[in-house]
Design a protein around this ligand. Structure first.
Ligand SMILES: [Mg+2]
Length: 327
């Protein structure tokens, strides 16, 4: 573990350095506060710092305040060294953001024990960050396929639509649905069904661009958001996905001669709507047509002319989302 020492007194500095090295720490030494602050701002700085209180340039308290004042940095555990021992000084040090303090002259055993405490706190901190990161991933990912989940899809689609509208760029979405998945589940079992969905997730990821957002919409249904893709590109991509699945490794899941096939509905901005709701609804209706037309095909947008709605008639969009006939 690396430790930064900032101490202007050469004797103190040497004593401290040799103790730490003896205990197996990697030591970086600086002789004033400014230098210490520079090191702590650098790439991959030491996570533990021993700062003398009284130093030229910037004193230990100022360095503490600067370190605590920045956001989004890995935590730095700070031990303040002081010749002062009055209560008010200790409080000032802790208020400035020091984690602990030691009074000079240093006693080796005490320093060693305080360093253990620091290491323990840093370890807890690392675990917390790892847990937080895991939670963040859980919040946006579908656990089975590892793809983005439905919640993230909605957020992402809203965001991409805003971006597209502002930059006057097109955007495409493809709604993909595995054909006859219910039958597959009933005959092969849910476990096999899960493996098929997982493989399909990987397949979709492998057959889309890096900037595309591939999401599991729910059940055997997936949504791919294609930022910047005009209608032709989106439709061709859907068609490629549909045809490629027939040659894919995925066919090992086919049962008694029934191949694994996909149906897809395509909708694009601005042609089929300008809100996430409108686009999803358009893609959903296209997908429904693909199913009705015998599955294993791609359909684009709504062809039905928007019939003029009678005064007082029910709105076209379902009030609860989604609402659709069983497939
Ligand atoms: Mg000093």
């Amino acid at each position: 573990m690396r430790i930064l020492i900032a101490e202007d007194d050469p004797v103190s500095r040497r004593v401290l350095e040799s103790m730490l090295k003896k205990w197996g720490y990697d030591v970086e030494t600086t002789t004033d506060g400014l230098e210490a602050w520079k090191v702590l701002q650098g790439q991959d700085p030491p996570q533990l710092a021993i700062l003398d209180w009284m130093m030229p340039g910037m004193d230990g308290l100022q360095v503490c305040r600067e370190v605590r004042g920045r956001a989004n940095h890995p935590y730095c555990y700070i031990l303040l060294l002081t010749a002062k021992g009055q209560d008010s000084d200790v409080i000032a040090g802790l208020e400035a953001g020091a984690d602990d303090y030691l009074t000079k002259p240093l006693r080796a055993n005490e320093l060693r024990a305080r360093l253990y405490t620091g290491k323990r706190i840093l370890a807890v901190q690392r675990e917390l960050l790892a847990a937080q990161e895991a939670l963040r991933i859980q919040a946006v990912r579908d656990p089975l396929t590892g793809l983005f989940n439905r919640r993230y899809m909605h957020e992402s689609l809203e965001q991409e639509l805003h971006r597209a509208a502002r930059a006057q760029l097109p955007l495409g979405i493809i709604m993909v649905d595995l054909d006859h998945f219910k039958v597959f589940n009933d005959t092969a079992g849910h476990l096999a069904g899960d493996i098929l969905l997982k493989d399909l997730g990987s397949f979709l990821q492998a057959h889309t661009r890096r900037e595309d957002v591939v999401c599991r919409y729910g059940g055997e249904e997936f949504v791919v958001i294609l930022p910047g893709a005009p209608p032709g590109v989106t439709e061709r991509r859907a068609e490629l996905i549909r045809s490629a699945v027939k040659e894919a490794e995925l066919q090992r899941h086919s049962r008694s001669g029934v191949a694994v096939t996909l149906s897809a509905g395509v909708a694009t901005f601005p042609e089929h709507g300008s809100s996430a709701m409108e686009l999803l609804s358009a893609a959903d209706r296209a997908l429904y047509r693909a199913k009705a037309d015998g599955r294993d095909c791609v359909r684009v947008g709504p062809v039905e002319a928007a019939a003029p709605r009678a005064r007082g008639a029910q709105p076209e969009l379902p009030s609860s989302w989604p609402l659709r006939p069983a497939r």
